[in-house]
Design a protein around this ligand. Structure first.
Ligand SMILES: Cc1cc2nc3c(=O)[nH]c(=O)nc-3n(C[C@H](O)[C@H](O)[C@H](O)COP(=O)(O)O)c2cc1C
Length: 306
């Protein structure tokens, strides 16, 4: 009998849908026992979000400051053969509930010497968050064996508009009837089933050596170089803003609303005015940095930590 622990955090349920499709291959096998833990923040983050509450989640997400979650129900002293960790991205970082879990004693206990497969459901920028997740898994003694990262394939600026509409209304439909549907496409969510097979094989053979390469071959971690370049630069700037905002207090502090609004307008300006130009520059200079860019993309698609 193989025991699998699944730990996820999802507000709309999109991430859970992806995980549910991936684990179909495992559920069909009577030799696999699955324990599913859905993390619940206490208090809950709003969904739909209000304007300020959305931006207020930035500083603690980026600085990875734990908050409260409801006690988990699984037994951390139990030895699992595999842990599947599913999460969305918040401001290029792990969402606060997942950070809270990963920094807990129970996570440390359950992860020790255990293979971990991460599942991400993002807009399109997930590599910086995954770097932090890699570190936390390693600190807990776990072994990252695979990563499946699905994202919205629509053009960057379109997906910004549609995700804000989705997050502020909780409606995953076409904004004004003209924009594409927000989030990861139904087709990609359904096709996530294909990733279950190599995960199941690795679990049954207890051999995870080739798992990530098999997942990459199936397109589990598609990346585009201009998005990665923009993200890694932006993450450094987010850290500066997070520190600047936190000087005015912690989550919910009225004193920091002014700075949160400054950050909001700064970010929207950068996304809509600066990033199209920056993308053009990246494309024009691509041949000059070809080898370095290829190396970086290969690294981010993998599970090693440098
Ligand atoms: C506060 C917040 C910040 C987000 N920031 C990012 C981000 O930086 N990069 C990204 O790809 N997606 C970002 N997203 C989108 C999420 O990754 C995810 O696709 C969406 O929230 C749906 O996830 P769910 O399964 O929790 O409903 C953000 C979402 C929220 C709520």
């Amino acid at each position: 009998m193989k025991k699998v622990l699944i730990v996820t955090y999802s507000q709309s349920g999109q991430l859970n849908e992806i995980v549910d499709n991936i684990i179909q291959a495992l559920q069909k096998d009577s030799l696999v026992h699955i324990y599913y833990e859905k993390l619940l923040p206490d208090p809950e983050f709003p969904f739909p979000w209000t304007d300020i509450s959305f931006w207020d989640a930035m500083p603690e997400s980026v600085k990875m400051i734990p908050a409260n979650i409801r006690p988990v129900a699984f037994n951390p002293s139990e030895k699992y053969d595999l842990i599947i960790l599913g999460y969305p991205i918040w401001f290029l970082s792990p969402p606060v509930p997942l950070t809270t879990f990963l920094k807990s004693e129970k996570a440390r206990k359950v992860m020790k010497d255990t293979p971990v497969v991460t599942v991400i459901g993002a807009r399109n920028m997930w590599v910086s968050a995954q770097e932090e997740i890699k570190k936390m898994i390693l600190e807990n003694g776990g072994k990252l064996a695979g990563n499946i990262a699905l994202h919205d394939r629509n053009q960057n600026l379109l997906s910004v508009v549609t995700i804000i509409y989705w997050m502020m209304t909780a409606k995953k439909d076409r904004y004004l009837g003209i924009f594409p549907k927000p989030g990861i496409s139904d087709k990609d969510i359904l096709n996530a089933r294909q990733f279950g097979k190599p995960v199941h094989e690795a679990l049954m053979s207890n051999n995870y050596t080739d798992l990530q390469q098999k997942l990459i071959d199936l397109g589990a971690t598609d990346l585009s170089f201009d998005v990665v370049a923009a993200e890694t630069r932006a993450k450094k700037i987010f850290h500066v803003w997070a520190g600047f905002i936190r000087k005015k207090g912690g989550p919910g502090a009225r004193e920091r609303i002014g700075r949160l609004k400054m950050f909001k307008w700064y970010l929207l300006f950068v996304i809509f005015a600066v990033s199209p130009l920056a993308s053009l520059v990246f494309y024009l200079t691509y041949p000059l940095f070809f080898i370095k860019i290829r190396k970086n993309l290969t690294y981010y698609k993998g599970v090693a930590l440098r």
